[in-house]
Design a protein. Structure first.
Length: 221
């Protein structure tokens, strides 16, 4: 079905959350400026699935009005009752590089024990490229959650701060090949003699994906 402004409005104003969810999905077919106007009430919808779908679209629609988007995403990040909605807000903040919300992201990380939200925030700090994220990412390396550690390693590689090299290289001996793989990728970004030495070792890793990632990062004369 081809969406029109009228059909999207009708669905978004329905008492049935399934209709409202369909309305949010129809907005993908409309002009971004109009879609941005129509999606805003859905971001605070009573149904969490509708809110999640709406917030998840803000990475593509938010650039229409960054100031309004920043306020909307800040509220969802800090106050939403559902972790997946808060995580989607963090993802959108990162995609739009709303660095003004760095402190909110850092505080949300410290104040939650929900790994999904922490994961989204750690990934967001790398995508945003804000150097203020360095200390939080180093802290995340000590998590007992391997997925969170993997995200932190990747984000430190994206930040490009070479102080992270010794903190990352300890994962070169991890039993988890995915941690070793992300370590190789991050060290390839950070470079330097110390990173190259570890990449040389990882280039002989028994897991092909790890060895290949390390070999791509090696500098050959």
């Amino acid at each position: 079905m081809t969406a029109t402004p009228e059909s999207a409005r009708a669905l978004l104003n329905s008492d049935d959350y399934g209709d409202r969810l369909s309305g949010v999905n129809q907005l993908r077919q409309l002009d971004p400026a109009l879609a941005f106007e129509l999606i805003q009430p859905a971001i605070t919808d009573a149904n969490s699935r509708v809110r999640y779908s709406a917030v998840s679209q803000m990475d593509s629609l938010g650039s229409v009005d960054l100031a309004t988007t920043q306020a909307l995403l800040r509220e969802r990040l800090l106050t939403d009752s559902e972790i997946d909605v808060r995580s989607a807000a963090a993802d959108a903040i990162a995609a739009l590089k709303l660095t003004a919300l760095f402190e909110e992201l850092a505080n949300a990380y410290e104040q939650t024990e929900e790994w999904l939200l922490q994961f989204s925030i750690v990934a967001a700090l790398g995508e945003m490229g804000d150097p203020r994220g360095y200390d939080l990412l180093i802290t995340a390396l000590d998590s007992d959650n391997a997925l969170l550690q993997t995200a932190a390693i990747g984000s430190l590689g994206e930040l490009g701060d070479r102080r992270a090299v010794p903190h990352i290289t300890r994962f070169a001996d991890s039993d988890d090949w995915q941690l070793r793989h992300r370590t190789a990728q991050a060290l390839a970004r950070l470079n330097g003699a110390d990173a190259q030495a570890t990449l040389q070792r990882l280039s002989q890793d028994s897991t092909a994906q790890v060895a290949e990632a390390a070999q791509r990062g090696l500098i050959t004369e």
